[in-house]
Design a protein around this ligand. Structure first.
Ligand code: AMP
Length: 199
């Protein structure tokens, strides 16, 4: 089963994707994790990406599309399925993804938005910055807020793109973590492709 998880930074996508990976056996593909690993490895592309990540901006579409295309062609991932976390992040990426998948005859079975209240996300960031006071915490809080604004401006427009073709499903991302997992599980288990591998 192949799924896309959508939602702003800080909504808990990564945590839920890990849980779904464990329970259903698909491979969790986080473009953020892949870019951070490239930055840590010090590759040329990784270092270029790092400066952009640190600012809270998006890396160029071609860079992430290339990364994702390479992964979804991988034989193991074709067999196990994937959970996309952090991709697509622009309408261009969403369109490219559709093109590549239709060319390779790969289906996406669920596109799920974890809907959260932006004001609550901002409040959470402020609270955490105050709890760990200091110059770094403020820096961090500013970058996090910037990433939420980037989500609103560049990523949220993908939602109507998917909704128009009737492909968007939604869960309440403001619920407790376990409850969000239950909501996601209900969507996936209602699907002919569901294949639970663990509790
Ligand atoms: P994440 O861990 O998904 O929040 O991503 C961390 C950072 O990686 C983002 O703030 C972007 O700078 C970059 N990034 C991750 N995925 C993408 C993407 N699909 N398109 C552009 N930039 C991305």
């Amino acid at each position: 089963m192949n799924i896309v998880l959508m939602g702003p930074p800080g909504c808990g996508k990564g945590t839920q994707a890990q849980r779904l990976e464990k329970r259903y056996g698909m491979v969790h593909l986080s473009t953020g994790d892949i870019l951070r690993a490239a930055a840590a490895a010090g590759t040329e592309a990784g270092l270029r990406a790092k400066a952009i990540l640190d600012r809270g901006d998006l890396v160029p579409d071609d860079m992430v599309v290339g990364i994702i295309v390479e992964r979804i062609e991988d034989a193991e991932i074709r067999e196990k399925g994937f959970i996309l976390d952090g991709f697509p992040r622009t309408v261009v990426q969403a369109e490219k993804l559709d093109d590549v998948l239709s060319e390779k005859r790969i289906d996406i079975h669920h596109i799920i938005e974890m809907r959260v209240d932006e004001a609550a996300l901002f409040a959470r960031i402020e609270r955490r910055a105050q709890e760990s006071a200091g110059a770094r915490a403020d820096d961090n809080a500013e970058t996090l807020k910037k990433r939420i604004v980037v989500y609103r401006e560049q990523t949220a427009p993908i939602l109507p793109y998917y909704a128009r073709s009737g492909r968007l499903e939604t869960v309440d991302g403001m619920a407790e973590i376990d409850d969000v997992t239950t909501q996601l599980g209900a969507i996936l288990e209602n699907s002919p492709q569901a294949k639970r591998t663990a509790d």
